[in-house]
Ligand binder design. Sequence first.
Ligand SMILES: [Zn+2]
Length: 340
Amino acid sequence: MAGLNPPTPLIISTATSSIHPSFVGAFSGLTVTLLSSDNISFPISPESLTRTSGYFRMLLTLPQGTPAVTGIQRECIPLTETSDILASLLSMISGIALACPPIHEHGFAERLLKAAEKYEMPMPIAFVRSLLSPSFDTSAIRLYGIACRMNWEAEARGAATRTLGLDLMAPENLAELGRLDTPHLLKLLSLHNRRRKAVAEALDDKTLYSANERWNRCTRDINVQACDVVVDHPKWLAFKLAWSREPWRFLSVGEAETGGEKPAGQRIPELEALLDDRCGRCNRNLYSRTATLDNLRQMVQKLPKTIEVTCSANYTSDNVVTNHLYVVSVIDGAAVARSK
Ligand SMILES: [Zn+2]
C-alpha cells in the first residue's frame, strides 16, 4: 500500500528457483533478487528499484546492518506476483528489453496496475495508461472499470462513452459489469438511463414531431381537394418504441447522413421504415427525410454522452433522496461525495 512501511521481508534461498532468462547477467555489481510466486527469480540492481519504487526505496534503505537488509543482499525477496507480472514491471523500470506486455489480455492490465500500485511504481502505471486510450481495442466496460479504479478521469469518461453502443444487460456483458465497483457501476447505469429518458421525452415533443398528434389527416392536395385521409403513424410509434427498448442500436442516428445507416453498414430498420412510410391513399411520403433526420440529429447531440462530474445527489438511484448539491468525483462517487 502506498505510504505504508514495507513489511520485513521473508528471506529465502534461491537454490530451487530459476532465473528469468532476460535477467541473467543483466546487472553487474550488487543485485537484489526478487522471487515470483511461481518460483522465477529476478536479480536486479537495488539502484533500479530504489529509483523507481517507493516501496523498495523504503525497504532497501533501511539502516545498514539490520539483519533483514543484510539478508536481502545475500538472498532474495519473495513476492506474491507471478513471473509474467514481475517481468513486465521490472523490465519497464530497468530498461530491459521485453516484448510489449499483453495489456489487452484478460485481466493482465489490472494485475499489472495492482502490482505497480502496491510497489509505488509510477512509471509502469504511466505506461499502461498510455496504452489504455479510449480507442484501445479492449472491452469498453473493462477499460471503464480500470480507469475508474485508477482515478483516470479522462479515460473513464471516454470509456463510458464507448459503452453507449452496448446493451449493458446482454449476457456477454454481465460478468464485466459485475466486476465494477458499485459507485462506478451506478454512474454507468445512470448515464444509460438518463439517455433513455431524454430520448423518450424528446421523441414525444409534438412541436418537433407532428406524428405525435394522433389521428391527424393527410394534407396533400389531390385535384384541388385535400387527401384528408386519417394517418395513425404506426411506423412512428414503432420507431419510438424500438429506440426506447434498444437505444444502443440508434447510436449512429446523430451521425447519419441518410437513412440512419451506420458507417459499419448496420442499418436501423425502424428508421428506414419510418422514412419510407407513405400515405395509404395518395402515396405521398408522410415524413420529410431531411427534416426528420435533422431533428433526430439535433436531439442526439444534446443527449448526455458520459458520466457526470457534478450532479445533484438524487440523479442515480431512488435511495439517494437529499436535495443538496454534491460534487462527486467522476470515479470515486460515494467515497468522495461532499455537500456544497
Ligand atoms: Zn394522402
